[in-house]
Design a protein. Structure first.
Length: 183
């Protein structure tokens, strides 16, 4: 079955002192949005239900429906394991979307530098990246991988950013999903 030949996922916890891996374009875009999003923060605390900064939504390529599907699958898996729901974070959504675009551009999986583009005040970060034929296929692959499953079911995480960007890699219609986790 062709779809199973190109499903791939990788995950990585944050590593202090790791050199940056984001492309210059992605770093500039995340830095610009982070600067514009300064209004989202009040006294250094992240306002998790605030709208994204003006112009941030326009830079997202992932559709709201695809991002919601990634997030809802994660939260359904957490609910099945009696864990709390992860709240969406618009800054993490932007980071996830930009990284998914980067992955599509190189038709490969690799991790971002987690601290790049993350909102200030985080205590713990995690990331899952994957590619495949459908968003549910990738989610199932995440759940079959112990380290990806650990990120999805980590009770410490409280917020999530999601991206799902479609493209054509190796002759197959492919979706790249990115899940950014934060406490």
């Amino acid at each position: 079955m062709p779809s199973t030949r190109y499903i791939g996922v990788t995950d990585r916890p944050v590593t202090p002192g790791e050199p940056p891996r984001l492309t210059a374009r992605v770093r500039r875009a995340v830095a610009g949005v982070a600067a514009a999003a300064g209004l989202v923060f009040v006294s250094g605390a992240l306002a998790t239900n605030a709208a994204p900064a003006v112009g941030a939504r326009a830079q997202l390529e992932s559709t709201e429906g695809d991002r919601a599907m990634v997030r809802n699958l994660v939260n359904a898996s957490r609910a099945q394991n009696r864990l709390g729901t992860l709240r969406p974070n618009p800054i993490l959504d932007l980071k996830a979307d930009l990284w998914a675009q980067n992955l599509r551009g190189i038709c490969a999986l690799k991790h971002s530098r987690l601290a790049d583009g993350a909102p200030p005040g985080w205590f713990k970060l995690g990331e899952n990246v994957g590619k495949g034929g459908t968003i549910p296929q990738i989610h199932e692959a995440y759940l079959r991988s112990p380290s990806h499953r650990a990120n999805i079911l980590d009770p410490a995480f409280t917020q999530i950013g999601t991206g799902a960007v479609w493209g054509n890699c190796g002759g197959y219609r492919t979706v790249f999903t990115v899940q950014e986790f934060m406490k």
